[in-house]
Design a protein around this ligand. Structure first.
Ligand SMILES: [Ca+2]
Length: 509
């Protein structure tokens, strides 16, 4: 009550009160991987239910316009830590270095007396810095984990395992000092390996298809059609779709390795679940659009089974906090490193600046500050997370951070001069053998429009999101939008200047 009242007067005095009151909040930051808003009940999902994440939304604030700066895993994590765009922190692609010298919320909070932990997927080329305890874990089924204290033999389904590790870490903390833990899931990343308990979930259902599953990319940059992440063509039979390994498929080795990580008991359950489904597929032998639809069902059901496990773990964590008397003084954040294509434009994966991948869920429950069941329509971006965590802890925000604290928004107070556009830049064209081949591009998204520059193709795309929410009608060359194009280009130039991005080809006005 005191915090929100003070925020209404001024953000700075609130920070002072919060820090001096000696009641700095704990923070549990749950970070999924590739979890699209379209697969969250609170965001209006048509395809699944997420009761625990929805509970968090009912008890906190849901951001309806939450975006990323660069829609891919490693770069998103670098942005989250440092509050900077990719060209500033160096991690522009999953293969670039990361400037660990930059201030991060973890380092600042550790210095300020917080107990800090990072548990789960790390995906940066550096050793976790600013964390008292860390666990690095990649993949769905674990036999061992890498920790700050050395390797530990501990197995299980990763989503469950890292949640247990977080609860254990919180349980053994010093209760006299606040804590912050970043729980970073591998789920629901490719190759979508569900837990045994959910292997048959959705078996008797047909998941609704998105409107653009059979998109033909007419009117857009050739780069869209050149993209190699089509459900129809680019999912690998064994690696992605869990069809039998026949020996003549690319990535069979990886598929075998993945299954080798299962225990005998898990493997038995796995084969019992997929075996009959694969036999039915072989017997029906769908072709053409029917085959695309079959692939979509196989893909989306496995994806949603992985999401179901995340949701289970969010529920367990909310219960854990309540049962341990931590609910009232712990901020809980749910977000993802980016969104994902769940069949929109015929795609899986992320990268392109279209809405399903540009958006990312963001839900925050801050007892005494966020109004339960509230929503916030302000444009926010993942560069804002680091300043927000620091503000919540009453710690000064370093001027290297390019985002803004969301603390006023969380208290229901939108500052008079909040941003009216976000800037985006994607850099990673190829990705090893799994060639997504998404062209480098940057762009601007305002409340109504999105302008994208696919600079190595020399192509521009403009979408009127109000009229064309599915982004299939590129109106860049439409004379009726000439003025809009001109204004957006000027604004884009300003954003590139503001964020000091001189990478990629400049905008020609
Ligand atoms: Ca990701």
């Amino acid at each position: 009550m005191r915090a929100s009242l003070c925020l209404a007067i001024c953000g700075v005095c609130w920070l002072t009160v919060s820090a001096s009151a000696g009641q700095r909040p704990n923070i549990v930051f749950i970070y999924a991987d590739d979890h699209a808003e379209a697969a969250i009940g609170a965001y209006g999902s048509r395809i699944n239910a997420t009761p625990a994440i929805d509970r968090l939304a009912r008890e906190g604030m849901r951001f309806t316009r939450s975006f990323v700066a660069n829609s891919i895993c490693g770069p998103a994590r670098a942005t989250i830590l440092t509050g900077t765009h990719s060209h500033i922190n160096g991690r522009r692609t999953n293969h670039d270095s990361f400037n660990d010298e930059l201030p991060s919320w973890a380092k600042r909070m550790q210095q300020a007396g917080y107990q800090t932990a990072a548990i789960g997927k790390w995906h940066l080329p550096t050793t976790p810095n600013g964390f008292d305890y860390w666990v690095k874990n990649h993949g769905y089924y674990a036999r061992s984990i890498q920790t700050s204290a050395g390797p530990v033999k501990r197995g299980g389904y990763t989503t469950d395992l890292i949640t247990d590790l977080m609860h254990e870490w919180i349980g053994q903390r010093d209760p006299d000092r606040p804590f912050v833990v970043w729980l970073s899931h591998n789920a629901s990343h490719r190759t979508w390996m569900p837990p045994v308990r959910h292997l048959r979930k959705y078996d008797d259902q047909t998941i609704p298809e998105p409107a653009t599953l059979l998109d033909d990319y007419t009117g857009r940059s050739q780069a869209a059609a050149d993209t190699q992440m089509r459900i129809a063509r680019d999912l690998f039979p064994a690696y992605d779709l869990k069809l039998p390994i026949t020996g003549d498929q690319i990535l069979d080795g990886a598929a075998r390795g993945r299954l080798a990580g299962l225990t005998a008991e898990q493997r038995e359950a796995w084969d019992a679940a997929y075996g009959p489904k694969n036999q039915a597929f072989a017997a029906s032998s769908p072709e053409g659009d029917d085959l695309v639809r079959w692939k979509y069902q196989r893909y989306i059901k496995d994806y949603l089974r992985c999401v179901a496990a995340i949701d289970d773990c969010v529920g367990r964590t909310l219960d854990f906090l309540k049962d341990n008397g931590l609910e009232d003084n712990t901020i809980v954040v749910y977000s993802s490193d980016q969104g994902f294509y769940l069949g929109e434009h015929g795609w899986y994966d992320k990268r392109w600046m279209y809405e399903p991948a540009l958006r990312t869920p963001l839900i925050v429950r801050w007892p005494g500050v966020t109004q339960p069941g509230s929503t916030c329509d302000a444009m926010v971006q993942n560069i804002d997370i680091a300043p927000t965590l620091l503000a919540a802890a009453g710690i000064e925000i370093p001027d290297t951070m390019q985002g803004e604290s969301l603390a006023p928004l969380l208290a229901g107070k939108t500052p008079e001069r909040w941003r009216d556009a976000i800037y985006y830049h994607y850099y990673q064209r190829a990705n090893g053998r799994i060639m997504h081949r998404v062209a480098k591009h940057y762009g601007i998204r305002t409340d109504r429009y999105k302008l994208i520059y696919v600079y190595n193709y020399g192509d521009w795309e403009l979408y009127d999101l109000q009229r064309d929410p599915h982004e299939v009608d590129n109106v860049y060359a439409d004379p009726g939008y000439a003025e809009v194009v001109e204004q957006l280009k000027e604004q884009l130039v300003q954003l590139r200047k503001q964020y000091r991005d001189e990478t990629g080809k400049p905008v020609e006005l």
